[in-house]
Design a protein around this ligand. Structure first.
Ligand code: GLN
Length: 454
């Protein structure tokens, strides 16, 4: 009831929820109460959560915040949300996001901007919460849920977490099932939690993760008790500091934050080593070939026949065209155009194939670091704090917006786990985050180190 009241009071201004399922939440909470009264119940019994609009929730608004999915209510539940409900969690509603998870500021949503609950000291200017999981991050930061599901294809969990002072983890590719998660770029997409603390994130991820016969890329590796890693000594752990992440034009503030993080881990007994990940500079351009390529293919299914919106036409092709023209927003159309271009017969070798080769090199850089005994890597999470809604510079050139992901995309390209943890405030009083990158399926070490930083 407290969370429902908070949502009623604050959501009209923040716009984090696009659908509130208050009745369902009350029913689920009652069922949890009954279980707890009998001394039963799961790890998340009665815990109210918000769900990113990208997850299929049976009978409930699931539109990836796109116009083209108008009115779509799936007849099935995603594996990740099923896992959460099986552990007793309660659904408060569906959370705003960039359309089809394409964006870094939540400004591409058909349902409008999300307002970051944080403001610069002494300012009334509305700021973005980051994206694409902007609704998830803002809902957690504004206490409109205890935790939220999110997804990350190039940074969409970690960047909004950093910009709202929350904790977000993108687990290893294959840790969570993608079944029932609306596909953006299938070889990069992963689900994960956004929460208040490292401990909350550990508890949520434990519940979300599972191998799933319905997603053949999910991996059958036991999900450890992540919570047990928190508070364990980090003495002797080897932390890599990659030279290539000191990107051109990096602000002093971000650099200072990074140095602070290094010092905290050193003080806690970790060993700091300089490392090189030489192919880092190719990650962002390669990502913006691979991700749109896969997106253009995944989005072919929205044809006005199977889901949501249909805009009639003179014949079936005309109907497809009218539906897609009206249903997709500008950024989604841009991705479809890039994607179909790089996959077209004349350009496949020059772009898509080349990007896939670069992807292998990026992964090899990390493999070499692990082979040299590095346990985890520390970098900044984002190149800046939250920026203004409608920021002119960001909107004049889409590449400026894409640069928000400069520290996060490498992790998706290599399939690794990445944790974003709040590490301090900017000179203007806005939250800033640091990122810890781990070995495949070693999320535990990230939680262990993250709890030293938070
Ligand atoms: N901002 C990146 C993009 O627009 C990443 C989005 C994501 O991780 N879903 O593609």
């Amino acid at each position: 009831e407290a969370f429902i009241a908070n949502i009623e009071a604050a959501n009209p201004a923040i716009n984090a929820y696009v659908a509130v399922t208050a009745d369902k939440a009350r029913d689920m909470a009652k069922a949890s109460d009954a279980k707890l009264a009998k001394g039963e119940g799961g790890a998340l019994e009665g815990i109210p959560l918000g769900i990113k609009d990208l997850f299929a929730t049976e009978g409930v608004h699931t539109q990836a915040c796109s116009h083209i999915l108008d009115g779509f209510k799936p007849k099935y539940e995603s594996t990740v949300t099923s896992n959460l409900w099986a552990d007793g969690a309660v659904m408060l509603g569906k959370l705003n996001m960039d359309e089809f998870a394409m964006g870094s500021s939540n400004e591409t949503s058909y349902y409008g901007n999300v307002i970051n609950p944080w403001r610069k000291a002494g300012s009334n200017e509305d700021l973005v919460p980051g994206g694409s999981s902007g609704g998830s991050a803002a809902a957690v930061a504004a206490r409109l849920c205890m935790g939220a599901t999110a997804t990350d294809t190039g940074g969409s969990i970690r960047q909004p977490a950093a910009l709202t002072g929350t904790v977000g983890i993108k687990p290893t590719y294959g840790r969570c099932s993608r079944w029932g998660v609306v596909a953006f770029a299938s070889s990069l997409d992963q689900a994960g939690p956004i929460a208040h603390t490292v401990r909350d994130s550990a508890i949520l991820l434990k519940s979300m993760a599972s191998v799933d016969p319905k997603d053949t890329t999910s991996v059958d590796i036991a999900v450890p008790d992540y919570e047990a890693a928190i508070g364990k000594s980090v003495k002797g752990l080897k932390i890599g500091i990659p030279a290539e992440y000191r990107v051109e034009g990096m602000s002093e503030e971000i650099d200072a934050l990074w140095q602070k993080g290094i010092q905290w881990l050193k003080d806690a007994g970790a060993e700091i080593v300089d490392i090189s990940l030489p192919n880092t500079k190719y990650a962002l351009p390669a990502y913006y070939i691979v991700a749109p390529a896969e997106a253009s293919s995944n989005l072919a299914r929205y044809d006005g026949v199977r889901y949501g919106l249909r805009v009639p036409g003179n014949d079936i092709v005309d109907m497809y065209e009218n539906t897609r023209a009206a249903g997709f927003g500008e950024e989604v159309k841009r991705r479809i155009l890039i994607g179909t271009y790089v996959l077209s017969a004349g350009y496949y070798d020059a772009y898509y194939l080349k990007a896939q080769k670069v992807r292998s090199l990026i992964k090899r850089d990390f493999d070499l670091a692990w082979a040299n005994g590095v346990d985890a890597i520390l970098t900044p999470a984002t190149p800046s704090a939250a920026f203004a809604i409608g920021d002119k510079e960001m909107h004049a050139d889409p590449v400026k917006m894409y640069l928000q992901d400069v520290f996060t995309v490498t992790v998706n390209m290599a399939g690794l786990p990445g944790l974003s943890v709040p590490a301090g405030l900017s000179s203007e009083g806005l939250p800033l985050g640091l990122q810890l990158i781990g070995k495949p399926f070693d999320e535990s070490t990230l939680f262990q180190l993250g709890s030293v930083i938070e």
